[in-house]
Design a protein around this ligand. Structure first.
Ligand SMILES: Nc1ncnc2c1ncn2[C@@H]1O[C@H](COP(=O)(O)OP(=O)(O)OP(=O)(O)O)[C@@H](O)[C@H]1O
Ligand SMILES: [Mg+2]
Length: 496
């Protein structure tokens, strides 16, 4: 062979290619073949249909590259099959037309492995593994679903939040099962709407999802629709559990309210303490001069009686001032054992002389020798003040207030019931009256903070406060407070 002949060189080059080179007509007849399987004679295959001889089929292959070349009139690269391709290499078919002017005379199909793709494939695999790792170890839940709602991605955080295993979710769940009511449809509607972050996007949308155990969980959702050629093919969502955040903000709100209320009480206390000090001085003068006058020998009996009355009233004033100063003492959260009967008596002492209480009969049914409760005295004062004031306001200054204290049998608790003969609380209001700012009073008359503060105080002391309407119509508030530690095994006896 003359290797200087270019045609010879081309032929040798084709031989050396060592993979199949096939030339077929537009009706799939083999016109020429090189590098076919060894047990097939070239003469046996020429003129035969390629799909029959090479792939044992009765019709052209589904992904036949020559069809594509015929359609596009351009070379194409398509996936191939080769039994000797080794792992990591990608078998390919490269096809191109042999043109005669505008006419396609035949198709050439080169069969080869594409080793250059090997590295790419490995890189792709590594990238895919990295992405899958990223999704699965994300702190937020990542869930993707196809157009029918079938779950395609369900990461570990999603499994933890919803309580389904990843396998269970991928095999038998529909995205709609993860939402209560028709929330899934609403999410889709918003996703397709421009207004919630652009078409196909939804940003920081707060809604509820449904866990396997039926629990509704508040979440914040970032979601988007995945499009392929402008067609919706899937959706992907990032779900952030809001339970912790909501709990923290509820606690913050509660603390702020308590702060507000205690600020209110503190400034009232300062005012009262200032007034008390102002009264103390002239009161000292009145007492002193009344005593001096009484020491005069020649006093008429009537005058002596009058002076005695002045002294008695001045002493009452002094007691009130003392109580007021005690009540407003600016101590904060000092937990000490206290006799509950004394605490309530002190609050009543301050209230009962006010005009609102003039026509209210007060019955104290105090248990004897009750064990002390561990409490902050100032907070207890606020607690009883709020409840007793509410009762007096509800009775509009006329009726009976009953306060009962007792040791709860078999429990290390003190029970206190404060009941009135007012109109009671409408059934519909009962679940709401401990809520902050809930008031039925007209604007300016009540802030609705009294009972929410009372609830917070009882809770802080490890107790419980409940309310019910009595059979005769009035309201009754029941409070239980734990007994102080050192008192539990004491021999205070009298259990009521
Ligand atoms: N003893 C009671 N009888 C009937 N209703 C009551 C009684 N105690 C409380 N309520 C109802 O509960 C609501 C909430 O009470 P709360 O003490 O929290 O607020 P308020 O008394 O309205 O306002 P504030 O205490 O801030 O002045 C009241 O508005 C009232 O409707
Ligand atoms: Mg009130």
């Amino acid at each position: 062979m003359n290797l200087h002949e270019p045609k010879e060189i081309i032929l040798r080059a084709i031989e050396a290619f060592n993979r199949r080179v096939l030339v077929v007509s537009s009706d799939f007849q083999i016109l020429a073949i090189r590098g076919q399987a060894e047990d097939v004679q070239e003469s046996d295959v020429i003129g035969q249909k390629c799909y029959k001889i090479l792939y044992c089929r009765n019709s052209p292959c589904d992904a036949c590259p020559t069809l594509e070349v015929g359609r596009k009139r351009q070379p194409t690269l398509s996936p191939g099959y080769h039994p000797t391709s080794y792992r990591g290499q990608v078998p390919c078919l490269y096809s191109y037309p042999i043109l005669n002017g505008d006419q396609i005379e035949a198709f050439v199909v080169l069969d080869f492995d594409f080793p250059a793709l090997d590295a790419l494939e490995e890189k792709l695999q590594r990238t895919n593994a990295f992405l899958s790792n990223l999704i699965h170890s994300a702190v937020d839940c990542v869930i993707a679903a196809d157009n029918n709602g079938k779950i395609l991605i369900f990461n570990d955080s999603a499994a933890e939040l919803f309580g389904y295993s990843v396998k269970e979710a991928l095999n038998s769940l529909n995205i709609r099962d993860l939402y209560p009511d028709d929330n899934a449809r609403q999410v889709m509607r918003k996703l397709r709407n421009q207004e919630y972050g652009g078409k196909g996007k939804l940003k920081t949308y707060h809604t509820d999802v449904l866990a396997k155990n039926g629990e509704r969980i508040p979440i914040s959702l970032y979601a988007s629709i995945i499009y392929e050629n402008n067609r919706e093919v899937a959706t992907i969502g990032f779900f952030h559990d809001l339970r912790d955040r909501l709990q923290i903000s509820a606690e913050l709100e509660k603390t702020q309210l308590q702060l507000l209320q205690s600020e209110k009480m503190a400034s009232l206390g300062k005012l009262a303490a200032g007034v008390a000090h102002q009264i103390n001085n002239p009161l000292g003068g009145i007492t002193l001069y009344a005593k001096l006058a009484l020491e005069e020998y020649e006093l008429e009996e009537g005058v002596r009686e009058d002076l005695g009355r002045i002294l008695k009233d001045a002493e009452r004033c002094r007691d009130t001032v003392k109580e007021l100063l005690e009540f407003t003492r600016q101590t904060r959260h000092l937990m000490r054992p206290h006799d509950i009967n004394e605490v309530i008596s002190r609050t009543l002492f301050l209230l009962e002389n006010q005009s609102l209480f003039q026509n209210i009969e007060i019955e104290k049914r105090f248990g004897d020798s009750l064990p002390a409760v561990q409490a902050d005295i100032q907070q207890l004062n606020h607690l009883f003040m709020n409840i007793i004031l509410n009762a007096a306001q509800a009775m509009d200054g006329k009726g009976k207030l009953t306060i009962e204290t007792l040791k709860v049998s078999a429990k290390e608790q003190i029970g206190i019931e404060i009941s009135d003969t007012g109109p009671g609380i409408a059934e519909k209001d009962i679940p709401r009256i401990f809520e902050p700012f809930y008031t039925t009073k007209e604007e300016g008359k009540g802030t609705g903070l009294g009972l929410s503060l009372a609830y917070g105080i009882v809770e802080n002391h490890g107790g419980l406060i409940t309310v019910h309407n009595r059979s005769d119509g009035g309201a009754a508030f029941n409070i239980v407070l734990p007994i102080a530690n050192g008192e539990k095994k004491g021999d205070h006896g009298a259990e009521n």
